[in-house]
Write a protein that binds this ligand. Structure first.
Ligand code: MN
Length: 338
């Protein structure tokens, strides 16, 4: 079978590898139909993802049909449409023991720490497989994962009806956070430097947009909140500077959510946190979000089709990566079809 392998930084190829075989009673073999290219896949490709090792079959946003099941599998059957949660945890460490398996001390992500789903077939543990109950569009099955990130951020920040939220960054993840926050009845402001992305944010329901290349975000936040500052700030730009800005833009008693994996430090004064009694929240991957995201896709309260801007057959991974990197004004989620 064919798979997409990053051999080393800046070298990606379609390789022939052995089709996986069921070996454990709880194994599920998936025939992949679609995958979303993530910024972290680009990071593995260009060598900037600190978690990556090479060579690696990439892809952590993928879904498809159940092709074969181990003898002990009971939650899915052959032919089911499914999405795969890429988070693999031990179940025994402290984080797992208190219900935070998404930050397991020996966490592995399928497609990052181990070979992933950009492959014609992939074998995964039953517990990572989540089924659709309708004939949902098969090119969108791979988009449950990015929406699970958006849902996790909303869960972590306890975003609810009536909340005011600033999302810094209108990239794919910013958009999933926006869609989930709007589905919960929050009022959402989105900032970015790419005006085309801000137009898309408006189309997805943003209540206000801020082009930070021409506008002062602090003024806009104060207008939007009657001078109080923003109750919830989510930094999806993930730069040392934007983390500092999030702290400044948050209201007293506000929550600030960070999702970045960069190790460069920010300069933040403790007084700025103490005086406003801010809650600073990390949000990583997802915890039990797959079923809710799938239900929301099926009932139409979340819209993965609005995130998809291009589709490429998987053999054209090089063109797809080039397109994604070169055209942030045009692309949000580039979907590979298998
Ligand atoms: Mn992703």
């Amino acid at each position: 079978m064919k798979a997409i392998q990053v051999i080393k930084p800046f070298e990606v190829a379609i390789v022939d590898v052995m089709k996986p075989e069921i070996s454990d009673g709880h194994d599920v073999l998936i025939r992949v139909t679609s995958g979303g290219i993530c910024g972290s896949d680009v990071g593995i490709y260009n060598g900037s993802n600190s978690l990556a090792t090479y060579p690696r079959i990439i892809g952590h946003e993928f879904g498809g049909f159940v092709q074969e099941i181990g003898k002990d599998v009971s939650s899915v059957k052959i032919g089911d449409r499914v999405a795969i949660n890429p988070v693999v945890s031990c179940g025994k460490c402290y984080a797992c023991s208190i219900g935070h398996s998404n930050v397991c001390s020996t966490l592995e992500v399928i497609g990052v720490h181990r070979d992933g789903g950009f492959s014609e077939f992939v074998k995964v543990p039953e517990g990572n497989v989540h089924r659709f109950s309708t004939d949902f569009e098969e090119t969108l099955l791979g988009l449950v994962e990015p929406f699970s990130i958006g849902m996790q951020v909303n869960n972590r920040a306890q975003i609810t009806k009536g909340d005011k939220v600033l999302i810094m960054g209108a990239g794919p993840i910013g958009m999933t956070i926006l869609q989930v926050a709007k589905s919960r009845g929050a009022a959402v402001m989105v900032s970015d430097i790419v005006s085309e992305r801000l137009v898309r944010a408006l189309a997805m329901g943003a209540d206000a947009i801020v082009d930070i290349s021409t506008e002062d975000v602090q003024n806009r936040v104060l207008q939007f909140t009657n001078g109080e500052g923003m109750p919830v700030v989510v930094d999806t730009a993930c730069l040392p500077k934007t983390f500092e800005q999030s702290i400044a833009l948050a209201s007293p008693a506000g929550r600030v959510v960070v999702i970045g994996l960069k190790s460069a430090p920010s300069a933040i004064a403790m007084a700025d946190i103490t005086k406003k009694e801010l809650t600073i929240i990390g949000s990583r991957l997802n915890l039990n979000c797959f079923e809710t995201v799938i239900e929301s896709f099926e009932k139409g309260s979340l819209h993965p089709e609005q995130l998809t801007t291009s589709q490429y057959p998987f053999e054209q991974i090089q063109e797809a990566l080039n397109d994604l990197v070169a055209h942030p004004e045009r692309e949000l989620k580039v979907v590979l079809t298998f």
